[in-house]
Design a protein around this ligand. Structure first.
Ligand SMILES: NC(=O)c1ccc[n+]([C@@H]2O[C@H](COP(=O)([O-])OP(=O)(O)OC[C@H]3O[C@@H](n4cnc5c(N)ncnc54)[C@H](OP(=O)(O)O)[C@@H]3O)[C@@H](O)[C@H]2O)c1
Length: 332
C-alpha cells in the first residue's frame, strides 16, 4: 500500500480507502462485510469511510464490529453528518444540535472515542456557516474528531468555510470528498484548483462509477446477477452510468487496460490517483476478491499517452460541468 498526505495536513491516508455505502447493513450480509474489511486490512488499507446515514445508521455499526480488535492507531476512520438519521426536524443538516448529537451517536456505533475525519456530507443552506464551523471546531477541541472535511461542496462554499475559520480562529477543513472518476470530472475546473491552493486533499468516491467502469455491464445485456444494478437499494444510483453509449466506450477501454497490465477496475482506480490533489480513492466492495483486485491500483503510474487515449475513447461521455456539484436547497 502507498500513503499520501491528506491535503497539507499531517494526516496520511492509504491511497486505497475502503467505504461501506450500500453494502454494509444493506446489500451484503454481515459475514461478507467483515470479510471485505479483513481483506482491506490484509492488503494494507488503513482508511475506512462510512456515514451516519448509511443503511439507516446500521453501516457504522457493522464497520465498528469489523474493526473490533484492530489497533485503533493503525486505522483512520472517516464518517459524515448531514442526511436524515431520524424522523424529526433536527435529525438532519449541519446545525450545532444535529452535529453534536450525530457525532456522539456515530462514536457509539463505531465503538471508538474519536473519528479521524468528520465530514459535512453536503452543504446546508439552512444553517449559518459560522454555526457549523464552530460546532465542528468544538468536536476537534473535545478530541472527538481529529480533522474536519466536507463532501460535495462547491468551490465557493469551501472558500467561505475557510474564510470563516480564519476569521474566527477555528479549525480549517483539510479534506473534500467528491465523486470523481474517468466519466465524472466535475471537480477539475473549480474545486481542485481552490483545494490545491488551500491545502485541501480529495478523498474521492465511486472511482469505478459504482461498478460501471469494470466492464461487467454490457450494452444490450441484463446486468450480472448480484451486481449493484440488480440491488433494490443500489440500482437507483448506478443507472446514470448504464447508458449504451457509456457501456460501449468502457468496452473500448479494455485494450488500454490490457496494455497497462491492469484490469478495467484497476485502471479506473489508478486513473483517479493520477491527479496529485487526490489523496485516496474510496472503493466499495461486495466481495473480498473485489477489494484484493482494486487495491492493486495503488502506486500505479499511467503515462500521458495512455491518459490521452482514455480521453479520446470516453470523449463526449465525460462530464465536466462544475455546476453539477450541488447540495439540496432545503433539508426537507
Ligand atoms: N460522500 C458521498 O456523498 C458519497 C457517495 C457515495 C459513496 N461514497 C463513499 O465512497 C465509497 C465507494 O463508493 P462506491 O461503492 O460507489 O464505489 P465504487 O468503488 O465505484 O463501486 C463499488 C461497487 O462496484 C462493484 N465492484 C467493485 N470492485 C469490483 C470489481 N473489481 N469487479 C466488479 N465489480 C466491482 C461492487 O458492486 P457490485 O458487486 O454490487 O456490483 C462494489 O460495491 C462508499 O462506500 C462511500 O464510503 C461517498
Amino acid at each position: 500500500m502507498k500513503f499520501r498526505h491528506l491535503g497539507r495536513s499531517g494526516l496520511k491516508v492509504s491511497e486505497i480507502a475502503y467505504g461501506n455505502w450500500i453494502t454494509h447493513g444493506s446489500q451484503v450480509a454481515e459475514d461478507t462485510a467483515r470479510a471485505c474489511v479483513a481483506a482491506a486490512l490484509d492488503e494494507g488499507v488503513t482508511t475506512f469511510d462510512t456515514a451516519d446515514v448509511y443503511a439507516g445508521t446500521k453501516a457504522e455499526e457493522v464497520l465498528g464490529r469489523g474493526l473490533r480488535g484492530v489497533r485503533r492507531e493503525s486505522v483512520e476512520i472517516f464518517t459524515k453528518v448531514y442526511w436524515p438519521t431520524g424522523p424529526c426536524a433536527n435529525d438532519r443538516g449541519l446545525s450545532r444540535k444535529h452535529i453534536i448529537e450525530s457525532a456522539n451517536a456515530s462514536l457509539k456505533r463505531l465503538h471508538t472515542d474519536y473519528v479521524d475525519m468528520y465530514q459535512a456530507h453536503r452543504y446546508d443552506h439552512e444553517t449559518p456557516l459560522e454555526e457549523t464551523m464552530r460546532a465542528f471546531d468544538d468536536l476537534v477541541r473535545q478530541g472527538k474528531a481529529l480533522y474536519i472535511g466536507v463532501s460535495e461542496w462547491r468551490a465557493e462554499e469551501i472558500a467561505a468555510a475557510l474564510r470563516i475559520a480564519d476569521e474566527m480562529g477555528l479549525d480549517r477543513i483539510v479534506s473534500n470528498q467528491p465523486q470523481y472518476n474517468m466519466i465524472w470530472r466535475v471537480i477539475e475546473s473549480e474545486v481542485v484548483p481552490l483545494c490545491e491552493k488551500e491545502g485541501i486533499g480529495q478523498i474521492v468516491w465511486s472511482p469505478i462509477a459504482q461498478g460501471a467502469l469494470t466492464g461487467k455491464y454490457q450494452h444490450g445485456a441484463a446486468p450480472p446477477a448480484g451486481s449493484r444494478a440488480t440491488d433494490s437499494r443500489g440500482s437507483f444510483f448506478i443507472t446514470e452510468y448504464l447508458t449504451d453509449d457509456i457501456l460501449r466506450r468502457v468496452q473500448d477501454l479494455r485494450p488500454v487496460a490490457d496494455e497497462a497490465g491492469l484490469t478495467l477496475a484497476q485502471l479506473a482506480v489508478a486513473w483517479t490517483l493520477q491527479n496529485p490533489n487526490v489523496a485516496a480513492a474510496i472503493v466499495g466492495a461486495t466481495r473480498p476478491e473485489q477489494v484484493r483486485e482494486n487495491v492493486k491500483a495503488a502506486g500505479v503510474r499511467l503515462d500521458q499517452a495512455l491518459l490521452a487515449r482514455i480521453d479520446d475513447i470516453l470523449g463526449p461521455a465525460i462530464v465536466r460541468d462544475p455546476a453539477l456539484t450541488a447540495s439540496p436547497r432545503s433539508r426537507d
